[in-house]
Design a protein around this ligand. Structure first.
Ligand SMILES: NC(=O)c1ccc[n+]([C@@H]2O[C@H](COP(=O)([O-])OP(=O)(O)OC[C@H]3O[C@@H](n4cnc5c(N)ncnc54)[C@H](OP(=O)(O)O)[C@@H]3O)[C@@H](O)[C@H]2O)c1
Length: 347
């Protein structure tokens, strides 16, 4: 089987995925009988490429890695924007990997809408569309008989959505609690070890884990988008990040962290979604946790969620110090799940 991909957004995640596709190509051919070709790549400012016969990913990565853009790639250049590329490409599947817009989920939602509407399967790592428009996108995918997956939107490649979908049929989720923002968790951990908030944020930026605008992390917006995405998918919440009762870690002082430590506790930024009176309440706020909490040992850049269910009690899943590979793997695993369902004729 040949699967043709269009990659909309070719930054950290897109490039890491391209490396993974090259690395796993022999395995994909041998074990899965799957030949994956990239037939289009769209960026905002670094050039865009389209080729029906497939792009040379080694050359693409060499160009962007050494020259910082795709302009030196031979032939295949296009001036089309992402929506026109999605409409004109021969791709079977679109990967939406553009920058997150925390205020609206756009233009990613439009890209996905165009792709699903054109009858293409879609994978995204961009939480904006899941936080702002999941219900509509799911309905569109179903009406067009195509698949839409988004594992990388929360906790990278850790199987959160797949865990519930693939292994817990019939389960009802009553609540979700999570440490979902690596930067806030890292900053709180470093401040507990004696660093100032400013130095801890600078360190998070130097390590490439903080958003370019760290207020998205520090003021709880990223955690709000993630808990909204989780609630929309796992609890049918139909909310947006604007519905989250949100307090970030900006006002958590070194003194408060030291006092918590002296009391044998820690302060963590916890995002929660709780079903009450037929509605889902979403909260992001600093919470004091003790050694009996599943979040006690979730320090640094690690993340975790606890899901309270009707038939399986409480489940906790922890991701230890994720890197870019784990995000790219989320997209890679979603692609393979879609290939499985294409082959079995299911959605
Ligand atoms: N990095 C992570 O660890 C991580 C983890 C989980 C989820 N994610 C999500 O994955 C997505 C990609 O992340 P990233 O780290 O790869 O971001 P990135 O490095 O900033 O790359 C974003 C890419 O999207 C392109 N782009 C932005 N707006 C566009 C538009 N309107 N049309 C066409 N292309 C556009 C950018 O083009 P230019 O380069 O020309 O600007 C760039 O190629 C984001 O939504 C992010 O939130 C990332």
């Amino acid at each position: 089987m040949i699967l043709r991909l269009a990659i909309i957004g070719f930054g950290n995640v897109g490039q890491e995925l391209a490396r993974m596709l090259l690395l796993k190509r022999p395995w994909l051919l041998r074990s899965k009988g799957l030949d994956i070709e990239v037939v289009a790549i769209s960026t905002r400012s670094k050039g865009s490429l389209m080729s029906e016969s497939g792009l040379d990913l080694d050359r693409v990565l060499m160009e962007i890695g050494t020259k910082g853009d795709l302009k030196g790639y031979p032939d295949s250049h296009t001036d089309l924007g992402p929506l026109d590329i999605i409409s004109k490409t021969v791709a079977d599947m679109v990967l939406e990997l553009t920058t997150l817009d925390i205020e609206s989920g756009q233009p990613a939602t439009d890209h996905i809408t165009r792709a699903l509407g054109n009858g293409m399967d879609v994978v995204t790592a961009n939480k904006g569309p899941i936080a702002f428009a999941y219900c509509e996108l799911r309905a569109l995918a179903r009406s067009r008989g195509v698949r839409f997956r988004f594992e990388g939107t929360v906790m990278d490649g850790t199987p959160v959505f797949s865990l519930v979908e693939k292994t817990l049929p019939g389960i009802q989720v009553a609540s979700i609690h999570g440490i979902l923002n690596s930067t806030s968790n890292f900053v709180l951990s470093e401040m507990t070890r004696g660093k100032t908030a400013q130095d801890a944020i600078k360190e998070a930026q130097a390590r490439g884990i903080a958003e370019a605008d760290p207020s998205l992390d520090i003021d709880g917006w990223d955690a709000a988008a993630k808990i909204t995405a989780l609630a929309n998918v796992l609890m049918d919440a139909r909310k947006t990040p604007n519905d989250v009762d949100r307090t970030g870690v900006r006002d958590v002082t070194s003194k408060a962290l030291a006092a918590a430590k002296a009391n044998g506790t820690k302060i963590k930024l916890v995002a929660s979604a709780t079903m009450a009176d037929g509605d889902v309440r979403l909260v992001v706020k600093p919470v004091t946790v003790g050694p009996d909490s599943p979040f006690w040992s979730v320090d640094g850049t690690s993340s975790a969620i606890t899901i309270q269910t009707d038939l399986m009690g409480e489940l906790t899943i922890l991701e230890k110090d994720p890197a870019l590979t784990q995000t790219a793997y989320a997209v890679f695993s979603d692609i393979l799940h879609i290939v499985e369902s294409i082959r079995s004729g299911t959605l």
